[in-house]
Design a protein around this ligand. Structure first.
Ligand SMILES: Nc1ncnc2c1ncn2[C@@H]1O[C@H](COP(=O)(O)OP(=O)(O)OP(=O)(O)O)[C@@H](O)[C@H]1O
Ligand SMILES: N[C@@H](CCC(=O)O)C(=O)O
Ligand SMILES: [Zn+2]
Length: 276
């Protein structure tokens, strides 16, 4: 049975891009008589606002979606720790204390989300009194596992290229996991068979596929859908204050009608789909 999910972070209001994302995931599951889940990704306590989770539920309800909610990330901390410990025992993690500024200075290459960490800390003694992040030694991990592939319903078969982001952080300085580790573990625990999300997370899948192999997790399929852009051609984003679903809802707009339009790719003036 197909199981999909919508996994929003409660760090800002949902916008039309999220409406589209949740509808795509919902419909892909429903078309096959499958399950559609929502998982609140609130691992970043500092940036998360618990009251937004309730707002997200009202938004999805307003759109006319039905879902099953699985436990939020903040309740799964032990699983993340356990997996990080296993990777550490496999000698695949190393500590890093660099600041963003130091990384930008050291980096010679740019990745999809900014400078690629050049591995400076691999052989450095750490300062026991300062916070430490743990990075995956991607080259060593990939060597141990060998070639991997993954299947995207939209883009087709992909050869995994886990080095795209360099040695990614799996355990953050103040948090038990990074997005990559938490989301990969959660998708496995939730029995997700079709990871449905925006194309902004396409490259992340290379890492997730490697983590699945390292941790012996089941391998789902992926569906990366196109992003919605604003009038300036930038991705609609919570942090840029894109018009929120909550505002539309509170203004008495018709949720099911909006959902129907998004399904037919009819967008409000100024909003467009990113070209593949
Ligand atoms: N502009 C967009 N168009 C389509 N899907 C989007 C857009 N923005 C986010 N999504 C998707 O919504 C889902 C939940 O994302 P999440 O709440 O973590 O947002 P995010 O990407 O951090 O959002 P933002 O960039 O708006 O802060 C992800 O699958 C993401 O790809
Ligand atoms: N909450 C995740 C999205 C999770 C996913 O769909 O993999 C984010 O910050 O982008
Ligand atoms: Zn470092």
């Amino acid at each position: 049975m197909i199981v999909t999910r919508f996994a929003p972070s409660p760090n800002g209001h949902l916008h039309l891009g999220h409406a589209y994302s949740s509808i795509v995931a919902h419909d892909l599951a429903r078309a096959e008589g499958g399950r559609f889940l929502m998982r609140i990704e609130d691992i970043d306590g500092e940036r998360s606002k618990p009251e937004l989770a309730d707002e997200f539920r009202r938004d999805l309800e307003w759109l006319g979606l039905e879902w099953e909610e699985v436990p939020a990330q903040s309740t799964r901390i032990d699983t993340y720790r356990e997996a990080a410990n296993r990777l550490a025992e496999m000698e695949l993690l190393y500590p890093c204390q660099c600041s963003r500024a130091q990384i930008a200075e050291q980096a010679a290459k740019q990745g999809p989300e900014g400078p690629i960490y050049p591995g400076t800390c691999k052989c450095i003694e750490i300062d026991k009194d300062a916070p430490v992040a743990w990075r995956l030694d991607v080259e060593r991990a990939a060597e141990r596992i060998g070639a991997l592939e993954w299947e995207d319903e939209v883009a087709g078969s992909q050869k995994a290229d886990p080095s795209v982001f360099g040695d990614v952080i799996l355990v953050r300085k103040a948090l038990p996991a990074s997005y990559h580790l938490a989301a990969t573990l959660d998708d496995a625990a939730d029995g997700i068979t079709l990871v449905t999300r925006g194309a902004d997370l396409f490259q992340a899948t290379h890492i997730h596929r490697l983590l699945q192999a390292l941790l012996g997790l089941p391998v789902p399929r992926w569906h990366h859908h196109p992003l919605l852009l604003d009038e300036t051609g930038k991705k609609l984003a919570k942090r840029r204050g894109s018009a929120s679903l909550a505002d539309l809802r509170n203004a008495g707009e018709d949720g099911p009608l909006l959902a129907k339009q998004l399904r037919s790719h009819i967008l409000p003036t100024g909003i467009s789909f990113e070209k593949a």
